[in-house]
Write a protein that binds this ligand. Structure first.
Ligand code: FAD
Length: 391
């Protein structure tokens, strides 16, 4: 063809299989019908009023634990999972966060490190969206350095007693099950904690100016008594939660290209319609430079995500530093794309009538969670130079 598709100038969508395209279109259609008409209002109100229904619908669409095998999970390719994350985050980062935490953190932890009994008990209900999960690693005094965590699990006869506090936990107060990481005499271990266990509470964090359409909570563990069977038997040391984070970061690498795509399209449409000085904004060289630079970074980011998908599905797998490369680059560039889009919309750029500032504010959280951009810079710095500069 002689014409360039402005939304896909490199023809990257043609690299998707029929299945991956079907995932893309099904998720996109579902969100257009059920979520997009309400998302700005939910963001403004700071709540997800239909979360239980959304969770079940996501379960029916096969989005929960989508890349896991068995236990009612869809067992899809890394690329299909990435494409689903992209569509979710094109709607709102809060939706992608919900799916990431459910599938890549809580379900993945149980799937990879859990006992047969834990898997049977939780995974099918989580895949169906009937049981929501959360993942508690961050603490008030230990964020980027989780290996210094203070939450403690001690033995009492055959039982475990957990004491401590986690914070900034996505899905915390709506979860039926929390995967909680705690220090033991044998190092850091993971625990599967039903949230109705006495001593467990999850107060919601209010006043967020980012990810407002997402539930974020503290987890308070006050002498929470658990049976011996509550530990994740195969998780030993801080490398276990970091393995889970790597899974979720992969989804972020894809997701943020959705937020950036939404901002780019909004800005391009706006620039085509809006006239100043007798011409559309799109006809000014300065606006074209913005739109072109945004498009370059968007499609480079998508290519990075596609390469990571191939690596993830390959026999040798993807190196954590490669995921760091994608997370660092794609979140940074998506945020920059949203900020530039905001300028093109002028005053309308700050309004919830358009998705741009909502995406922009959401991406401030995405820049920080799952390893801050500074942590990924240091991880990549170590991989490239051989010197660790973390402390
Ligand atoms: P800190 O670690 O205190 O860092 C503050 C600043 O210092 C950052 O810029 C950081 O990069 C920088 N810094 C720290 N150490 C160094 C260093 N060595 N060199 C240079 N700079 C450094 N956590 C969970 O466990 N589960 C969740 O579900 C979850 N959901 C979240 C949802 C939201 C909306 C948010 C905002 C956070 C969530 N988090 C969650 C927490 C998130 O992972 C942490 O915020 C993140 O790891 C950073 O920790 P911190 O906020 O304590 O910042």
């Amino acid at each position: 063809s002689t014409t360039l598709d402005p939304v896909d100038p490199l023809g990257l969508e043609s690299l998707l299989t029929d299945t991956e395209r079907a995932v893309r279109d099904t998720v996109r259609q579902y969100l257009a019908d059920k979520v997009e008409p309400h998302i700005a209002e939910w963001f403004e109100q700071g709540e997800l009023p239909t979360l239980a229904d959304l969770a079940r619908d996501f379960g029916e669409l096969g989005l929960l634990g989508m890349h896991l095998d068995g236990y009612g999970c869809a067992g899809m390719s890394a690329l299909a999972y990435g494409v689903a994350c992209r569509e979710l985050e094109a709607c709102d980062s809060g939706l992608r966060s919900f799916v990431s935490v459910q599938g890549s953190l809580a379900m993945f932890a149980i799937h990879r490190f859990g006992s047969g009994e834990q898997k049977d008990q939780w995974l099918p209900r989580m895949a169906a969206g009937e049981a929501i999960g959360c993942f508690g690693l961050t603490e008030p005094d230990h964020g980027s350095d989780p290996s210094s965590m203070r939450t403690r699990a001690r033995r009492d006869g055959g039982d475990w007693i957990l004491d401590g506090r986690k914070t900034w936990i996505t899905n915390g107060s709506v979860a039926a099950v929390a995967v909680v990481w705690a220090r033991t005499d044998d190092g850091i271990r993971g625990f599967v904690v039903p949230t109705d266990t006495p001593g467990f509470s999850a107060p919601e964090i209010k006043g967020k100016m980012s990810l407002r359409a997402s539930v974020t909570s503290e987890l308070v563990l006050d002498s929470v008594r658990l049976p011996a069977s509550a530990t994740l038997p195969r998780a030993q040391g801080v490398s276990a939660p970091l393995t889970c984070l790597n899974e979720a970061r992969y989804g972020i690498v894809w997701g943020v290209t959705g937020a950036a795509r939404s901002a780019w399209r909004t800005a391009a449409d706006y620039a085509a319609q809006r006239e100043q000085f007798g011409r559309p904004l799109a006809a000014f060289q300065l606006t074209q430079q913005k739109l072109v630079d945004m498009a370059l970074e968007l499609h480079k980011a998508t290519m990075t995500a596609m390469r990571l998908a191939d690596l993830k599905d390959s026999a040798e797998g993807v190196h954590p530093a490669q995921i760091s490369l994608g997370k660092l680059n794609n979140v940074r560039e998506a945020l920059e794309i949203c900020r530039t889009a905001r300028t093109i919309l002028g005053a309308n750029g700050i309004s919830l009538e358009f998705p741009v500032i909502r995406h922009m504010n959401n991406l401030e959280s995405v820049l920080t969670y799952e390893g801050t951009s500074e942590m990924h810079t240091l991880a990549l710095g170590q991989a490239l130079t051989g010197h660790a500069a973390f402390r």
